[in-house]
Design a protein around this ligand. Structure first.
Ligand code: ADP
Ligand code: MG
Length: 605
């Protein structure tokens, strides 16, 4: 086949594959352009979860008629002139790829009025081809309207998730950009309804409050580090305000929202590690301002990754700053102006290397980092694997035990031979059952029992609901509110009485009593939200099962001590379950050592 140069249309469509994966990416690129244009007010409208329409209006510097045509041309940018400019970049964009990419896979309308020109201009494109170009009488600024995203790339459209998920992701990105730019006023409408209003703020904490909610903001303590080469401002939760998921961890490098990545994640967990209970996560909002020459943001087309030139120093600086503030954190409400981290100033050049830091990563069992108690730490696909096995017995992990070898008759009923020997490491029960010793993971077992009771109640359509004397009010970020709101019927079916209570606010009045006391209701809901936000297109029945599974996990508190009769009860209950061998998330519930194993080992047989 002859070699030929691809048409611009084809090239842009291919590039769109890299940069514009879903509505959220398109929204991000367009909002960044509005920010780069010096706007002080940005309005975002989403229809059909951004699939049908994303419309961004700003009051920035605008574009001339000539600029409009250039803006949708590949590698056309007003932000850099040569590669070296990247080292001193003051803008979010620089690749000149976003608009042509979005244009290639949508029906795009650009309307713009340059600030000091007398009139504006508008341009319409379809699949990257200009269809119309005419004068426009709008006020100064730019309106970009993206309709029918992926209309000409059905394969890409097919990969999109449900509306709830796409809406959630888009709102999450908007929230990040809004946090990073408190000086800009943001207004977001989803399906015609106002979901986020963040007026121009003068402080970061004011903006964090508007976006993430007053409850969360009130639990934060400030961190500040001044250093010649780097400046860190952070807001972090106290150890006692830890969260059940890692969802509220934000990192901004030079005001660009980026993934926390291995390095920063490690320094955060390292700072918390002495005090964070297992399975808990800090909430953090971290702003790192650093000389652009000290970082590489051109690692990935979507610019979600950042590489630091001096990784070990950044790691140490951040870790030490967080640690110092956590150690001296006053108990009580939000307080401003904590002293900058001690010694932070000098640490940039003579900090221990990251290699040294990492060497102790997996070692002590008591640390939080390196543990894998949560779904997000699970091997990819694992959850799915076990979901398929649901209802059937999974093979136990114990080397010798097989399902048939457990003598249930001895465990149950009058002739029970069950004897609790001890609880070790605050976690495992040692139980003797006739000629077997069972080492039982107390929490995995409790989770299994609770899960089966809950599922049975669901099947019988009789989930007992416990009313809350004092209803719990949940003030949520728009990206999370949307998930609860759209899953209200399913939550109801799963025994949750939740009602809308104003913009981004929900009121919980009842919860499934199978979950025990109401002490951890907020955490349980966080966990459910987390599970629902990772949802792929699954049938409602599976979604309810997922709600129940997450609720059960979150409702079991680690480190609880247990009396000997309670332990026996627990084991008896476990072996009444349909699938006693694993917890609902697929971890084994017990390990068996038989008398025969012992005799073999000690050479008595
Ligand atoms: P980049 O942002 O990397 O330069 P884009 O494709 O996103 O590339 O945008 C191309 C150009 O279009 C920008 O460099 C900018 O000059 C112009 N532009 C895009 N959106 C706006 C806007 N909302 N206001 C003013 N100018 C804009
Ligand atoms: Mg751009």
């Amino acid at each position: 086949m002859a070699i030929r140069i691809l048409s611009d249309e084809t090239i842009n469509k291919i590039a769109a594959g890299e940069v514009i994966e879903r509505p959220a990416n398109a929204a991000k690129e367009l909002i960044e352009n509005s920010l780069d244009a010096g706007s002080s007010r940005i309005e975002i409208e989403l229809f059909g979860a951004g699939r049908k329409r994303i419309r961004i209006s700003d009051n920035g510097m605008g574009m001339s008629r000539e600029d409009l045509a250039l803006a949708v041309t590949r590698h056309a940018t007003s932000k850099i002139t040569s590669f070296n400019d990247i080292d001193n970049l003051a803008t979010l964009g620089f690749r000149g790829e976003a608009l042509p990419s979005v244009a290639a896979v949508s029906h795009l309308t650009l309307q713009s009025h340059q600030r000091d020109s007398s009139s504006g201009w508008s341009m319409k494109l379809s699949g990257g081809v200009i269809r119309e170009s005419k004068a426009w009488a709008g006020s100064p600024g730019t309106v970009i309207d993206v309709a029918e995203l992926f209309f000409n790339t059905p394969a890409r459209a097919k990969f999109l998730k449900s509306d709830v998920t796409e809406r959630h992701r888009t709102l999450r990105i908007i929230e990040e950009l809004a946090i990073a730019h408190p000086e800009v006023s943001f207004h977001v409408l989803s399906e015609g309804k106002s979901v986020l209003t963040a007026p121009k703020a003068t402080t970061l904490i004011e903006r964090i409050t508007d976006v993430l909610g007053a409850d969360f903001a009130a639990a934060l303590i400030p961190v500040a580090v001044e250093h010649p080469a780097v400046h860190v401002t952070a807001f972090i939760t106290r150890t006692e305000n830890s969260l059940p998921t890692r969802n509220i961890q934000y990192l901004f490098v030079n005001r660009r929202p980026v993934n926390t990545g291995k390095l920063i994640t490690h320094s955060i967990y390292e700072a918390y590690r002495e005090n964070l209970p297992s399975g808990r996560h800090p909430g953090v909002v971290i702003f790192i301002d650093i000389q652009p020459s000290e970082i590489d943001i051109n690692v990935h087309p979507t610019k979600r990754e950042v590489r630091f030139a001096r990784e070990p120093e950044i790691h140490d600086l951040l870790c030490r700053a967080l640690k110092d503030v956590l150690r001296s954190a006053p108990v009580g409400g939000f307080s401003r102006g904590a002293p900058p981290a001690e010694g932070a100033g000098g640490s940039f050049n003579n900090a221990p290397s990251l290699d040294e830091q990492e060497s102790d990563k997996g070692a002590p069992l008591g640390t939080t980092f390196g543990r894998k108690p949560h779904a997000e730490f699970q091997r990819p696909g694992q959850e799915h694997l076990f979901a398929e096995n649901r209802g059937r017995y999974s093979a136990p992990v114990s080397p010798s035990a097989s399902p048939g070898q457990i003598d249930f008759s001895m465990l149950l009923g009058k002739g029970s031979n069950l004897r609790s020997l001890d609880q070790v490491f605050g976690l495992y029960l040692i139980v003797q059952n006739g000629e077997d010793i069972l080492i039982i993971d107390q929490h995995a077992a409790a989770e299994r029992i609770r899960y089966e009771r809950y599922m049975t109640a669901l099947k019988n359509k009789k989930i007992p609901v416990q009313g809350l004397l004092l209803p719990l009010t949940l003030e949520l970020p728009a990206s999370q509110d949307v998930i609860i709101r759209e899953n209200l019927p399913l939550l109801k079916e799963a025994g949750w009485d939740i009602e809308e209570f104003g913009t981004n606010t929900m009121r919980v009045t009842g919860f499934p009593s199978v979950l025990g006391t109401d002490a951890g209701i907020k955490d349980i809901l966080d966990e459910i939200l987390d599970a629902l936000s990772k949802e792929i297109r699954i049938p409602p029945a599976d979604k309810i099962e997922r709600i129940i599974r997450s609720a059960c996990r979150a409702s079991i508190k680690a480190g609880e001590s247990i009396s000997s009769p309670e332990a026996v009860r627990l084991v008896e209950d476990l072996f009444q379950c349909h699938a006693p061998y694993t917890c609902p998330h697929g971890r084994p519930t017990f390990f068996k050592i038989s008398l025969a194993d012992l005799q073999k080992y000690f050479g008595r047989q």
